[in-house]
Design a protein around this ligand. Structure first.
Ligand code: ADP
Ligand code: MG
Length: 457
C-alpha cells in the first residue's frame, strides 16, 4: 500500500453502494462527520432494520439528473451545521471510492439549500494515512457527470426497494409469499388495503392518504386488485404511478384483462387462437347469437366475474336461449362462446413473468363439472407445455400488456386456444404443484424494471 494518499480541498468521488458513479466533494476538516446533500429523505422499513430513501441530484448544474437511493440507517444524530442550526439527521454507512481506494464512511443526510458540493468530506471519513493538502484540487484525478449517461439501462442499481403491495388480503398465500420473497431479497414490502386509500388530485401533486396520513413515495407497486374493486383499485394504482412508483402491471393492462370482451378483441387482432365468441346488446338477436358460435352446446360468461362463478354451460339451444334472456333480464353483461368439449374439463394455466412462461399447471375439474377452476373444486398438477402453447401464452400476456399474468388455455383439436388472461394470478396452486419459487421471480422482475431515475415524467 502506498504510504501517502493526498486529498485536495476538492475531490471527485463515487458511492458504489448507492449507485452514484461521480460526485464532487469538498474536503472540510472543520466538519466532524461527512454529509450528503439529499432531498425527500424518508425513513422506511422495520424498526429493528431501518432504512432511508432519498433523492439526490449529483450535478448542481443539471437538476434534471436525479436519482433515488436507499441505504440502511446506522444512527440518528443531532448535527449543528456551519450556520449554527441544529438538525436531527439520519446517518448511513456506505463505501466511498476516491482514486484507487475504497473505504466505508459514515455520512449524515441533510436537505439544505442548494450547495455547490453534494458532499462534505468530514474529518472522521479521512483515514489515518491520508493527508489533506488545501493547495491541491482533484489530487486523486477527475471524473465526469457523463458517467451517469445511459446508467439506468445498462445496470439496474441494486438497492433496497420500498414496495407497496396493494391488496385487500395481506394474509392470503399470494400476499404472504410476495412479502416473504421481497424481504428475503432485502426489500421492504408494505401491504396496503386498496379500499382504504383515498386521494387528493390536483395539477401539481397527486397524494394518496391512508388512515389520516399521506403515504410516502414508493419505488414500486405490486397490484393485487380483486375484480370486485377494479375501477377504484385502478384509480389508486394510477395515483401511485403518478407519484413515480413503477407498477408491476400497468393500470391500462389490468383494465384490459378485466374486460373479457376487450381482451378477446385485442387477442383476435394479434391472431391469437381463442374459442369463437359472440356478444350483442339487443335482446332481438338472441337466436342468431347462439348460431354464430355454432349452436348448442354453448358457454355463457358474465363479463364481470371470476373463479368460474359466472360461467355456465347450456347443453341445448332452448337452454341457451332462456339463459341469454335471463341474463338480459338482470341487465348483466355477458358473452356467448363455443363450448370446447374435447378440453374435457381441463385447462392449462401458464404463469408468465416478464417475457417468459416460468411455470405451468393443468387444472382438472371435479367429477361432473366442466369448469376446472381450483375455486370450483378442481385439482392442479404440473404439466409440460408444447412450444406452441408457450408461445401463445407469452404473446397473449404481451398483447394485453401485462408483465405478470396467468394465461389460461384450452387444448383443442385445432391447437391451443386462449380462454383468458389474468392480471392477479394466484400463487398457491402453481407454486405447490410445481415446487417453483414464483414469488422470487416476480420480485426479480421488479428489481430489473425499477430505474434509478425517480422522475421519468
Ligand atoms: P373465470 O374468469 O371465471 O375463471 P373462465 O373463462 O376462465 O372464467 O372459465 C372458467 C372455466 O370454465 C375454465 O377454466 C374452463 O375449465 C371452463 N371453460 C370456460 N370456457 C370454456 C369453453 N369455451 N369451453 C370449454 N370449457 C370452458
Ligand atoms: Mg379462469
Amino acid at each position: 500500500m502506498s504510504s501517502s494518499f493526498t486529498l485536495g480541498w476538492e475531490e471527485w468521488i463515487s458511492l458504489p453502494d448507492l449507485g452514484l458513479p461521480a460526485i464532487k466533494a469538498k474536503v472540510d476538516t472543520g466538519a466532524k462527520t461527512s454529509a450528503l446533500h439529499a432531498s425527500v429523505i424518508e425513513p422506511f422499513g422495520p424498526v429493528d432494520k431501518p432504512q432511508v430513501r432519498f433523492l439526490i441530484q449529483p450535478n448542481p448544474d443539471d437538476l434534471s439528473l436525479e436519482f433515488t437511493c436507499s441505504a440502511p440507517v446506522v444512527d440518528r444524530r443531532q448535527v449543528t451545521s456551519s450556520n449554527g442550526e441544529a438538525e436531527m439527521r439520519y446517518v448511513i454507512l456506505t463505501n466511498l471510492t476516491c482514486g484507487d481506494r475504497t473505504w466505508p464512511v459514515e455520512m449524515t443526510l441533510t436537505n439544505r439549500e442548494n450547495m455547490q458540493y453534494r458532499m462534505l468530506f468530514g474529518r472522521t471519513s479521512i483515514q489515518d494515512d491520508m493527508v489533506v493538502d488545501p493547495n491541491q484540487s482533484f489530487a486523486q484525478g477527475e471524473l465526469s457527470f457523463d458517467l451517469y449517461k445511459g446508467l439506468p439501462k445498462r445496470k439496474p442499481v441494486k438497492r433496497p426497494l420500498r414496495i407497496a403491495l396493494l391488496t385487500k388480503e395481506p394474509g392470503n398465500y399470494s400476499s404472504r409469499r410476495l412479502i416473504e420473497a421481497g424481504e428475503a431479497r432485502g426489500h421492504v414490502v408494505e401491504p396496503i388495503d386498496t379500499t382504504r386509500c383515498y386521494m387528493k388530485i390536483d395539477s401539481g401533486s397527486s397524494e394518496i392518504h391512508y388512515d389520516g396520513k399521506c403515504l410516502p413515495r414508493y419505488d414500486a407497486v405490486i397490484p393485487r386488485i380483486g375484480p370486485t374493486i377494479t375501477s377504484y383499485g385502478l384509480a389508486v394504482l394510477r395515483q401511485f404511478s403518478n407519484n413515480g412508483a413503477y407498477c408491476l402491471n400497468q393500470p391500462n393492462a389490468i383494465a384490459a384483462s378485466r374486460d373479457k370482451l376487450l381482451a378477446h378483441q385485442l387477442l383476435s387482432r394479434e391472431r391469437i387462437g381463442m374459442p369463437v365468441t359472440a356478444f350483442a346488446n339487443s335482446p332481438k338477436d338472441t337466436k342468431d347469437l347462439v348460431s354464430l358460435v355454432g349452436g348448442a352446446p354453448v358457454i355463457l360468461k358474465l363479463l364481470q366475474s371470476s373463479q368460474g362463478r359466472g360461467v355456465v354451460l347450456a347443453e341445448t339451444r332452448k337452454a341457451a336461449e332462456s339463459l341469454v334472456d335471463a341474463f338480459r333480464g338482470l341487465e348483466a353483461d355477458f358473452l356467448v362462446q363455443e363450448f370446447v368439449g374435447e378440453a374435457a374439463g381441463r385447462d392449462t394455466r401458464c404463469f408468465v413473468v416478464g417475457n417468459k412462461v416460468v411455470a405451468a399447471i393443468q387444472r382438472i375439474a371435479a367429477e361432473g363439472e366442466f369448469r376446472s377452476n381450483l375455486h370450483r373444486g378442481g385439482r392442479a398438477e404440473a404439466v409440460r407445455l408444447t412450444r406452441q402453447e408457450r408461445d401463445i401464452a407469452r404473446r397473449a400476456a404481451q398483447t394485453i400488456g401485462l408483465s405478470v399474468a396467468g394465461v389460461d388455455i384450452l387444448r383443442t383439436n385445432t391447437g391451443p386456444k386462449v380462454l383468458e388472461v389474468n392480471s392477479s394470478p394466484g400463487l398457491e396452486g402453481i407454486e405447490s404443484a410445481t415446487g417453483k419459487d414464483i414469488a422470487s421471480m416476480i420480485i426479480e422482475n421488479l428489481e430489473a424494471k425499477v430505474r434509478p431515475l425517480s422522475r421519468e415524467r
